[in-house]
Design a protein around this ligand. Structure first.
Ligand code: 6A9
Length: 787
């Protein structure tokens, strides 16, 4: 019995939240406490939509489709690369109350704007304005259907109000946190002040089993029987929402969830046109007027001017002489980072060695930015630290809330799941094998970079009001930071004193040219060929050096015992120790150490029955790794981002002779230098641009990544401004690298309409997922020289 009890209590640990008081009060996101941040574009996974920061929020959104074209019935809703839009993203967004987005579809552009207005007790009102314009290249003015929808998520109810047979003029509703509200749909006009336009209306009022089903419900309800016959045009049939029958089967499956209401208002109209949607809170009884028409235009105008001024006073790009087109690009990068912030609520699926099967993590909220609205619209732990470097320059409060949300997810062990896939909507975008998060796995603690930035702000301007709330914030954060740090320091300890090792490397060694280390964030970057407990990883050593330093600072500021952190920090900062553990005399660079051989390659091999699969009659060929020379304990000797870490995180003393080698590697085109930024792996490395498996293209084996390049420019700036033998060299390289990065990310944006996940090291071309305004948006800080 005792053994059983022990097993089950160990099994529960992974899903037991840390007992220290949460950083955020339970009601911190409520409309009472935080009315300005209640409503927002917190659904980054859709082209346009809003929700509140609450667990089961009523959501609003927009779908659209082009009528009478080859693309008939091609519905747009969630951001999908497969939609092949020419570009989309926020051009302006203040992160709180206002935004302007442009969505470039094939033949027309939709501008989606929103403005909020405070009042009442439930986060106030907001208005949307959608403006549609055909492209000059379009042969005729396209007819477009906009579908405005609102849906509840288990709680709350909606009533549709129909006039003129099919036109939904408004939706009223009520929910626990919103009280009563009303959404009014304006009629399309040719533009503000212009007269109305011929339009057709349809609506759908139904039930939904979940927010991840909305697109399908609309698709399944489309009917081609409706007539579009403008006064002077021909009569044609168009697609519209009609009726949606919930099948019995679905009904049974989703019995419990089926109480969610879903209402869609469809307007079908020819471009150009403009349409407004108004949300009004029932508790806002003293509003002076409705924020529509010319009132809205004036308000938008004011917000745009204010945004431009705030942007210039924050980043000073005009003063630095950037062109207006470059500044527009930088505004878009920042805005899409802010407009890409999401509020997610739900449970991760996690597993420890004590769980036979994956188990559900406790339910909770996460307010976070996301790397990519299309491909990765969810929280990633180490991406977030980079995101907050930019966001904290714009709005410290946002950064504090985000850090607090992440740390409030920590479990009793001190572990935070790396990838946050919290609800059905998020899960619907992730292949099942990637969903489960394992509690031995880390991810770089980059939130310490964001904290470092907050501490610097506190130091520079202690009189600012945001600084005055900093101490109480740090105080609540502190116990959680302690266990987080401790978790890294113990579970990721290396084989020698003061060394560190990433856990969770790929286990099935022979399937990969080099087993991946997803936990490090650098996925397929070459490490020891044969993962083992003998490894030590230089990037993790450097992250721990940074983390211990910040821990010591926070402890000191709070008057808490700081000696343990200080000692760790002093030990790790000792460049002799670093050199001893990680300097490879062969490579003349910092390196990982482990059980390693370079003599590996992928070979075709015929196999008959792959274990665990249905019997094959014929042999199949697959690529397997062949090892020509046995591995032994040695330095890994890969040259690339990992070798730069002691420099990137500024752990090297300015007079360290190692800097000379690093600067040489950086500026060498045969190694890391390209006209577009630093490549991830040396051009001369044996694994440079090598596939890892048949299906795994090189990822961190050559391409240029902006997060690491940001750290590189920042480090060059640092070593270029303090006294030391390499000052001049670093300062020169700083200018060159900065210019290359800015020019290329900007150029690619102008050419493709997107900011990208990574950049090709031979052509500079953007590649991978897009838009990727996660850490690639750090280009703004590089332009502003804010480090
Ligand atoms: C796969 C496929 C629709 C990989 O930016 C997020 C992460 C980084 O943290 C990491 O450093 N990206 C980088 O190497 C993207 C990872 C996506 C993994 C999920 C599921 C989704 O298919």
């Amino acid at each position: 019995f005792y053994a059983l009890y022990m097993r089950s209590s160990l099994a529960r640990r992974v899903v037991t939240l840390h007992p220290s008081p949460r950083v955020l009060d339970a009601n911190s996101s409520s409309p009472d406490v935080s009315p300005e941040r209640y409503w927002g574009t917190y659904r980054p996974q859709v082209y346009f939509g809003m929700k509140t920061r609450s667990p089961r929020s009523v959501v609003t959104g927009l779908m659209w489709m082009r009528q009478f074209a080859e693309m008939d019935g091609n519905l747009r809703h969630t951001c999908e690369q497969g939609d092949h839009l020419l570009g989309y993203g926020w051009l302006m967004h203040d992160g709180v109350s206002f935004g302007v987005q442009e969505v470039h579809d094939r033949e027309f552009t939709l501008t989606t704007e929103f403005v909020k207005r405070m009042g009442g007790d439930h986060g106030g009102d907001w208005t949307w304005r959608i403006t549609a314009k055909q492209h000059s290249t379009a042969s005729s003015a396209p007819v477009i259907s906009l579908m405005f929808y609102t849906a509840t998520d288990v709680q709350g109810s909606l009533q549709a109000h129909v006039e003129e047979k099919h036109r939904l003029s408004s939706v009223t509703g009520t929910s626990e946190e919103l009280g009563n509200f009303k959404i009014t749909f304006g009629k399309p006009t040719a533009g503000e002040g212009a007269s109305g336009k011929y339009a057709r209306y349809n609506y759908l009022q139904t039930k939904s089993p979940g927010l991840d089903q909305l697109t399908d419900i609309v698709k399944n309800s489309l009917n081609h029987k409706f007539e579009f016959s403008p006064p002077k045009g021909e009569k044609r049939f168009y697609f519209a929402v009609d009726s949606y029958k919930v099948t019995n089967h679905q009904n049974q499956q989703n019995d419990l969830k089926m109480e969610s209401d879903f209402v869609v208002h469809q307007v079908t109209v020819q471009t150009p046109f403009q349409i407004e949607v108004l949300f009004e809170s029932g508790s806002f009884w003293d509003r002076p007027n409705q924020l529509v028409g010319s009132m809205l235009t004036d308000e938008l105008e004011k917000r745009k001017v204010a945004f431009d001024e705030r942007f210039e006073s924050t980043f000073g790009l005009q003063a630095k002489g950037f062109t207006s087109s470059q500044i527009k690009f930088a505004k878009a990068a920042l805005s899409n980072m802010l407009g890409g912030m999401g509020y997610f609520f739900g449970q991760s699926v996690v597993q420890s060695v004590y769980n036979e099967h994956p188990v559900l993590y406790p339910e909770g909220p996460l307010f976070t930015a996301v790397p990519s609205r299309s491909f990765f619209p969810r929280g990633f732990l180490w991406d977030e630290g980079f995101h907050q470097l930019l966001i904290s320059k714009w709005d410290t409060q946002l950064t504090k809330e985000v850090i607090a949300h992440w740390l409030d997810l920590i479990n009793i062990e001190g572990w935070i799941p790396r990838e946050q896939i919290l609800d059905d909507e998020a899960r619907s975008k992730v292949p099942s094998e990637f969903i489960v998060q394992h509690n031995e796995n880390a991810n770089p603690p980059t939130l310490f970079l964001a904290l470092q930035e907050l501490l610097e702000q506190l130091d520079a301007q202690p009189e600012l009001s945001s600084s005055q709330t900093m101490i109480p914030f740090l105080r609540r954060l502190y116990p959680r930071l302690q266990v987080w740090f401790e978790w890294f320091n113990t579970t990721q300890a290396g084989p020698m004193a003061n060394s560190y090792r990433w856990r969770g490397r790929d286990k099935d060694t022979n399937l990969f040219l080099n087993p991946k280390t997803l936990t490090s964030g650098l996925d397929d970057y070459p490490r020891a060929s044969h993962p083992s407990a003998d490894e030590r990883h230089v990037d993790l050593y450097c992250w721990m050096t940074l983390a211990s330093g910040i821990m010591a600072n926070v402890a000191r500021i709070l008057g808490e015992p700081h000696l343990v952190y200080e000692n760790t920090h002093r030990t790790l900062s000792n460049n002799d120790l670093l050199n001893k553990l990680h300097w490879s005399e062969n490579l003349h660079a910092f390196s990982d150490y482990g059980n390693h051989t370079q003599a590996v390659s992928l070979q075709q091999e015929k196999v008959f029955v792959p274990p665990g699969q249905p019997r094959h009659q014929y042999p199949v060929t697959r690529l397997v790794r062949s090892v020509r020379k046995a591995p032994k304990l040695q330095y890994v000797n890969a040259l690339g981002y990992v070798s730069l870490f002691p420099f990137l995180l500024q752990i090297l003393k300015p007079d360290s002779p190692k800097i000379e080698h690093i600067l040489r590697d950086i500026q060498d085109p045969e190694r890391l230098w390209t006209p577009y930024g630093l490549r991830s792996l040396s051009h001369s490395d044996p694994l440079y641009m090598k596939r890892n498996t048949e299906h795994d293209a090189p990822y961190w084996r050559g391409p240029i990544w902006i997060n690491i390049n940001y750290l590189a420019v920042r480090a060059l700036h640092h070593y270029g401004s303090i006294e030391g033998p390499y000052k001049k060299k670093a300062a020169t390289l700083y200018q060159d690298l900065r210019t290359n990065l800015i020019n290329n990310v900007y150029k690619q944006y102008m050419e493709t309409g997107y900011i990208w996940e990574q950049y090709n090291d031979s052509t500079g071309r953007g590649q991978g997922s897009h838009p990727f305004t996660g850490w690639s948006a750090l280009t703004v800080l590089i332009m502003a020289e804010e480090y």
